[in-house]
Design a protein around this ligand. Structure first.
Ligand SMILES: CCCCCCCCCCCCC[C@H](O)CC(=O)SCCNC(=O)CCNC(=O)[C@H](O)C(C)(C)COP(=O)(O)OP(=O)(O)OC[C@H]1O[C@@H](n2cnc3c(N)ncnc32)[C@H](O)[C@@H]1OP(=O)(O)O
Length: 719
């Protein structure tokens, strides 16, 4: 777990050997401690260099170990012994020095970084804080403001920035390990006391309280209800106001609180869920590690609406040449200008030049004959999409992959009109496509493993978190959204207000409640879908009694809001009112209050007081209940995939871990009991009926979320 060598006759070279990221697992900590003892006691050794195998210094503590009892030597004494040693120790940082890896570097007396290395204390993103002295040493080394920013955001920094901040002593383009050995030889005999960061006095700004207060306000606003950033600020305060040993005690107390909070578990679950989602499987046995993706050098995007433009930008900025197609000259010109503007702004922000030379704009599908892959992003209309796919089938070479950005239509129906159904898949981006990280890769029953591998790998290349899903209406994300939105509007009927529901959801941790979010997204989109599916408008079957469709409860309030031309922020009116169209400051609107009161009295509904608990339970338990059904149907391979979709596509609060993790933390038995209760009260809402899988899991003793897959295996899978 660590290799010990003597180099240049007097330098002990300790190499961490724990692939893939040299995490500080128990055997690694043990090996470091033993190696240091050996180096310090060997008279031949005058200096020590610590590096990591395979060009990676260290990715920090082994996060998997956090789930069990602490075994092996604790990290802090291992690190303290390095700093206290009487021989100079140099960290040779290549690749990454993150979390405990960074803390390991901080106890070394010197730090040499390769120019491509990245450093950071990302603990806050795992719901904890740098608890091996990082919160106490970094402020001593670089001052409170810079340390506060790095620790509360978890941001990774480049070697150059680390040099500027005074974190590393030297940056090199050459082999960092060899440079560190040379550096170590030159450091022999130099006094070490000023190199022991724990011995430094934290430079304390005069306005410390104001600074910490401002940071507190900022993190409270940015991460509602999240404990870790607040704990980080308290730890940094300790570094500014307490001697090192007392600060370490405070750091440990804060870490214990975070560890016991449940939030840390949720964040750490998210970390692994994101990585698990990349490991897709198909019923054929094809999977991520046995299917080869095709290399995509050129692509085409059809349709330059909001989605199409974002997709063009996502492709071009990773070096893929893109042909963008529109149906009319004016739309094409407008799209061209928007895309160029977006790419230029993006390039400026990243300090690179915009890849405009990769773009071509055309009105003719004939220009697509040689591209490797097409993404169709035209209007959400099956007949139109089928025409496009038929045309593509004729125009593109037979090996071109044909993908659709539909947000819920039948991908296999589109595959069926082509001459290559095995090369058709869904690539469902989220709006705005160049910003949102989620990509649902929709596997049709005829999509080949190569097609899925290519779509997943292209998503990764574009920096997306790609999740493979089955082909059902709405796929995973939008399919689950429907019962969630329904519950919110049923609660309005029963007596709640949009403000009350939004506040309950925002207090739960969502950045925006369901109604504020709907106003931002635009209410007309859903209205059009409801009209097209005959739920509202002139095509409604007149046999439907009021507030019922196909025998089930239906709430027409969203349709009534749209009928008044209230489409959300863009029209200055929606569930809320805004000072002018495009404004974001949502204010409660007495007209909506009035509409709700009139509606309730028309249907003889006696409004009742609805608790926040009921709002959360009905909205979120029904969301997860649909997730269970999706798992039963084999439309998602595992609960982690559903959670990743909700974290990255629907801003589900990370400290709750995603809808499936959240209900597992609440306790499946309780969730089942509450769903049964609500279904009894609302028997005309089938989504409230507990799913078979939920019942099965409860009957099996409510296993943890990571084990649910074992209970789903027996069921029919589309993935
Ligand atoms: C009740 C009282 C309790 C009190 C508790 C007291 C405890 C006291 C001691 C605490 C000491 C704390 C020390 C420290 O402050 C805490 C930490 O260090 S937390 C860890 C911080 N590090 C990170 O957050 C880095 C996480 N990793 C990454 O960001 C990336 O993996 C990477 C390093 C940038 C590499 O990225 P990629 O190349 O894209 O590779 P992947 O991300 O796909 O990862 C590959 C593979 O490695 C696994 N992995 C990565 N990092 C870790 C890790 N730190 N631990 C374990 N495993 C890791 C990852 O899951 C992938 O695995 P695979 O999916 O392939 O199985």
């Amino acid at each position: 777990m660590a290799r010990y060598e003597l180099v240049k006759r007097s330098v002990a070279l300790i190499t961490l050997t724990n692939p893939p990221v040299n995490a500080l697992s128990s055997p690694v900590r043990h090996a470091i401690a033993k190696s240091m003892e050996r180096a310090l006691s060997d008279p031949k050794v005058t200096a020590v260099v610590i590096c990591g195998e395979n060009g990676r210094f260290c990715g920090g503590a082994d996060i998997r170990e956090f789930a069990g009892p602490l075994r092996g030597p604790p990290l802090i004494p291992v690190l303290d012994a390095i700093e206290a040693g009487r021989k100079p120790v140099v960290a040779a940082i290549e690749g990454v020095a993150l979390g405990g890896g960074f803390e390991l570097a901080l106890v070394c007396h010197y730090r040499i970084a390769h120019s491509k290395a990245r450093l950071g204390l990302p603990e806050v993103t795992l719901g904890i804080l740098p608890a091996a002295g990082g919160s106490q040493r970094l402020p001593r080394l670089i001052g409170i403001p810079a340390a506060l920013e790095l620790i509360t955001t978890g941001r990774h920094i480049s070697a150059q920035e680390a040099l500027k901040l005074g974190i590393v002593d030297q940056v090199t383009d050459q082999n960092a390990c060899e440079m560190a050995v040379e550096f170590a030889l030159k450091s022999v005999g130099k006094p070490l006391s000023s190199r022991r960061v724990s011995m430094l006095t934290t430079p304390c700004p005069p306005d410390l309280d104001a600074l910490l207060e401002a940071a507190t306000m900022q993190v409270k606003k940015k991460a509602r209800g999240v404990m870790a950033p607040l704990a980080c600020i308290q730890a940094v305060r300790a570094a500014a106001t307490m001697p090192f040993s007392k600060g370490m005690k405070r750091e440990s107390e804060l870490m214990t609180t975070l560890f016991n909070s449940g939030q840390a578990q949720a964040f750490q679950y998210c970390f692994f869920a994101q990585r698990t989602a990349g490991k897709w499987t198909l019923p054929s046995g094809a999977q991520w590690n046995n299917s080869k993706p095709r290399e995509i050098r050129s692509a085409a995007v059809i349709g330059l609406g909001t989605m199409g433009r974002g997709i063009v930008v996502s492709l071009a900025r990773v070096g893929i040449s893109v042909i963008a197609v529109e149906s009319e000259k004016k739309l094409l010109e407008n799209g061209r200008q928007m895309v160029i503007g977006m790419l230029e702004r993006d390039a400026k922000r990243r300090g690179v030049s915009a890849s405009l030379n990769l773009l071509k704009f055309t009105l003719s599908l004939q220009d697509l004959k040689d591209v490797d892959l097409v993404i169709e992003a035209v209007f959400e209309d099956m007949a139109l999409k089928k025409r496009v796919f038929q045309e593509l089938s004729k125009v593109c070479r037979p090996t071109t992959l044909l993908c659709t950005n539909t947000s819920g239509l039948d991908v296999d129906a589109l595959a069926g009109v082509t001459n290559r159904p095995h090369l058709v898949a869904g690539m469902h981006f989220f709006s705005p496509a160049h910003v949102m990280k989620l990509l649902e890769v929709v596997c049709g029953p005829r999509s080949s493993s190569e097609t899925i591998a290519t779509a997943m790998s292209l998503g990764k290349k574009m920096g997306k978190v790609s999740v493979a899903v089955g082909n059902c209406p709405g796929f995973v994300g939008n399919r689950m959204l429907k019962p969630y939105l329904d519950q919110a509007t049923f609660l309005l009927e029963e007596g709640a207000t949009p403000e009350q529901i939004d506040k309950a959801l925002e207090d739960f941790g969502f950045a925006m409640g369901v109604f504020r979010m709907s106003d931002l997204a635009g209410l007309d989109v859903g209205w059009r879908v409801r009209k097209e599916s005959g739920l509202t408008g002139p095509d409604v079957d007149s046999k439907n009694p009021p507030r019922r469709r196909q025998g089930h409860r239906y709430c027409p309030i969203p349709d009534m809001v749209c009928e008044q031309g209230r489409f959300g922020q863009k029209t200055g009116r929606g569930w809320y009112m805004y000072d002018k169209p495009g404004d974001t400051n949502a204010k409660p609107d007495p007209l909506i209050q009035n509409l709700l009161e009139t509606y309730r009295s028309r249907y003889g509904i006696q409004p009742r007081n609805i608790s926040d608990q009921e709002i959360i339970e009905r909205c979120l338990f029904v969301l997860a209940n649909e997730g269970f059904r999706i798992l039963e149907d084999g439309m998602a391979a595992r609960p982690e995939d559903i959670d990743v979709i909700y974290l990255f596509g629907y801003a589900f609060p990370r400290h709750r871990g995603g809808p499936m993790f959240y209900v597992s933390m609440v306790g499946l038995e309780r969730v089942l009991e509450r769903l049964e209760h609500y279904h009894q009260a609302h028997p005309d809402v089938p989504h409230l009926e507990p799913s078979a899988l939920l019942k099965k899991l409860v009957a099996c003793g409510s296993p943890p979320v990571q084990k649910w897959r074992e209970y789903i295996k027996t069921m029919h899978s589309h993935l």
